[in-house]
Design a protein around this ligand. Structure first.
Ligand SMILES: NC(=O)c1ccc[n+]([C@@H]2O[C@H](COP(=O)([O-])OP(=O)(O)OC[C@H]3O[C@@H](n4cnc5c(N)ncnc54)[C@H](OP(=O)(O)O)[C@@H]3O)[C@@H](O)[C@H]2O)c1
Length: 240
C-alpha cells in the first residue's frame, strides 16, 4: 500500500523540497497552501496533489483534514509558517494573532482534525520549528515564541499520542535559503547584507539549503523509534 503524506506550505522553500523528496521516495504526496495558483503550479511541477487551505482558518483546516479521514495518513509535515521581524515597541494584537494562528494554532488544529486519519496508519507528525529558540536575536521575539511553543507541544503530544503509536517530532532549521526573507519585506540588498552577517556566525560557514532540511525531515518521519524529539539542522549554530 502506498504511503500518504501531507506537507503544509508545500508550494515553496523547505515544504517544496520535502514534498519533492517524499514523492521521489514513492509516497503519494499532497501539498497545501493558501494561494490557489501558487499551490497548483507547484503541485503540477512536482507531479503531486494540491489542496488550498489557509492555516489561519479553522474551517479550512477541518476541510483539509477531512480529505484523509477515509484513506488515513502516514505522514504530516506541519511546515507552513511565517516570520515576523519587529521590535517589542511595535507589537500589535493583530501581529500577535497572525503569527500565533499560523505557526501554533494552525498546526495544533490540523493535528487534532487528522487524529483519526493518523491513528488508522500509526502516522508520524513533524512540525518545522527553528534554531531561533536556541538564540537571542533582536526583533525576532514573537517568531521565537511561536517556535518555542512548537518545541513544547511536540514533547507533550509525543507522550499523549505514544499509546496510539503516533509519533510527534520537530525539526529546527537554522537560516535557510528560501523566499522567506523576501516575504518578510526585505529587498535584495538587505537580504545580501543580512546573509553575510548570518553566515559569519555559522560554524559550517554557509546558510542551509531547503534540500538539506528536507533530508532530515524525511529521515525523521521514516524513523520508527523517534518521538518527542526536536532535531537541530543548523550547520552547528545551536552548538556555539
Ligand atoms: N528559511 C529559514 O531560514 C527558516 C529557518 C527556520 C525555520 N523555518 C521555518 O520553515 C518553514 C518553511 O519556511 P520556508 O523558509 O520554506 O519559507 P517559505 O518559502 O516562505 O515557505 C513557507 C510556506 O508556508 C506557506 N504559508 C504561510 N502562511 C500560510 C498560511 N496562513 N496558510 C497556508 N500556508 C501558509 C507559504 O505560502 P505562501 O507561498 O502563500 O506564502 C509557503 O508555502 C516555516 O515554518 C519557517 O518558520 C525557516
Amino acid at each position: 500500500m502506498k504511503k500518504i503524506a501531507l506537507v503544509t506550505g508545500g508550494n515553496s522553500g523547505i515544504g517544496y523540497a520535502t514534498a519533492k523528496l517524499l514523492k521521489e521516495k514513492g509516497y503519494e504526496v499532497f501539498i497545501s497552501g493558501r494561494d490557489p495558483d501558487r499551490v497548483k503550479q507547484a503541485a503540477d511541477t512536482l507531479g503531486v496533489n494540491s489542496i488550498v487551505a489557509d492555516m489561519t482558518d479553522p474551517e479550512k483546516i477541518r476541510m483539509l483534514a477531512s480529505q484523509f479521514l477515509e484513506s488515513g495518513l502516514d505522514v504530516l509535515v506541519n511546515n507552513a509558517g511565517i516570520p515576523k521581524n519587529f521590535s517589542i515597541s511595535n507589537l500589535t494584537v493583530d501581529d500577535f494573532s497572525e503569527i500565533f494562528n499560523t505557526n501554533v494554532r494552525g498546526p495544533l488544529l490540523l493535528i487534532k482534525e487528522l487524529l483519526p486519519a493518523l491513528d488508522k496508519r500509526h502516522g508520524s507528525i513533524t512540525t518545522v520549528s527553528s534554531a531561533i529558540t536556541e538564540m537571542g536575536k533582536p526583533n525576532l521575539f514573537l517568531y521565537a515564541a511561536t517556535k518555542g511553543a512548537v518545541n513544547a507541544f511536540t514533547r507533550s503530544l509525543a507522550i499523549e499520542l505514544a499509546p496510539q503509536k503516533i509519533r510527534v517530532n520537530a525539526v529546527a532549521p537554522g537560516i535557510t535559503e528560501t523566499s522567506i526573507f523576501t516575504k518578510a519585506g526585505m529587498n535584495p540588498e538587505e537580504i545580501a547584507e543580512f546573509k553575510k552577517i548570518l553566515e559569519a556566525d555559522i560554524p559550517m560557514g554557509s546558510l542551509g539549503r531547503p534540500e538539506e532540511i528536507a533530508q532530515v525531515i524525511v529521515a525523521q518521519v521514516e524513523s520508527t523509534y523517534v518521538t518527542g524529539a526536536v532535531w537541530n539542522v543548523d550547520g552547528g549554530v545551536s552548538a556555539v
